[in-house]
Design a protein around this ligand. Structure first.
Ligand SMILES: [Zn+2]
Ligand SMILES: [Zn+2]
Length: 288
């Protein structure tokens, strides 16, 4: 698989929204990033404070000024679209619909969601439930230019979506929604796609193309993994310092197959400058 010579992917990171959603855009510009991912609400609570006009206007005008694009919203962590429990599923559909509505109001380009946990049922049922939940959440909504992306997972616990086949089945069951995929490198590696290895790398890209098509992957979550290969543990790590490692991460960043996508970091922010360092590493991969 060849490297890109001219087309360079857009890069950015999951930016904090303390002090207002627009702060994520300002921070991204300060770091010389092109793209951004945010939470549009508290990621660990069921109830979201409604967006007020003032902050929406500020977000839109800051975006026009900074030209940060694409803007990605990551769904909160409580939503479980694959839930076997009826009450949790109902709450999740409602919560996800709110995420969609917020994304539309903010004029975000993408809303990223994990397929969920099939706890209490089998994987096939989880995949079916996830597709039904997505359709229910979107019922009678005009998504405008917001596209929903399903993220591959590490397969921790009973989470589905760790095989690209799961993503394919969800996408096919919701063809009217034009779903895409957000590809997380750390999740794929922990789920058993060996991105370090020559054959494993090629096989992973082939599996992506076969199941979901590479052109349907507008966003890459570019994370190294603290967790071992095939461990099914979701633990992001600094670029080049994890189990995937420098060479394999560079290869992914330079892949012609991903040059159309935006690469977003979700690496740990333990020390001041972590984001700047990881962004600089990613930038060095694509420009060298
Ligand atoms: Zn995610
Ligand atoms: Zn991710």
């Amino acid at each position: 698989m060849s490297e890109s010579k001219n087309l360079v992917p857009r890069i950015g990171f999951h930016a904090p929204v303390a002090g207002g959603l627009h702060k994520a855009l300002l921070k991204s510009r300060e770091m010389n990033a092109d793209a951004v991912q945010i939470f549009s609400r508290n990621p660990r609570g069921w109830t979201a404070r409604p967006l007020v006009n003032e902050e929406v206007e500020l977000f839109r005008s800051t975006r026009a000024e900074t030209k940060i694009s694409p803007v990605v919203v990551h769904c909160n962590y409580l939503v479980n679209l694959a839930a076997a429990d009826g009450a949790i599923r109902e709450k999740s559909v409602k919560g996800f619909r709110e995420e969609i509505e917020r994304g539309i109001i903010l004029e975000a380009d993408y809303l990223v969601v994990h397929p969920g946990s099939a706890k209490g049922s089998c994987e096939a049922d989880g995949v079916r439930t996830c597709a039904e939940s997505l359709k229910a959440a979107c019922a009678d909504l005009d998504l405008n230019s917001l596209r929903i992306l399903i993220e591959n997972t590490a397969g921790q616990g009973e989470c589905i979506g760790y095989r690209f086949e799961h993503l394919r089945d969800i996408i096919m069951a919701c063809s009217e929604l034009n779903l895409g995929v957000c590809f997380d490198t750390a999740h794929a590696f922990a789920a058993g796609y060996d991105l370090r290895d020559d054959d494993g790398y090629v096989a992973t890209l082939e599996a992506l193309e076969r199941n979901v098509k590479l052109t349907n992957i507008p966003i890459i979550h570019f994370n190294d993994s603290k967790a071992a290969y095939n461990s099914r543990v979701d633990r992001h790590w600094h670029i080049g310092a994890g189990e995937i490692g420098q060479e394999a991460m560079r290869r992914i960043a330079r892949a012609r197959e991903f040059a159309h996508a935006a690469f977003l970091l979700e690496t740990p922010q333990d020390e001041t400058g972590d984001d700047a360092r990881n962004l600089a590493t990613l930038r060095s991969f694509i420009t060298m």
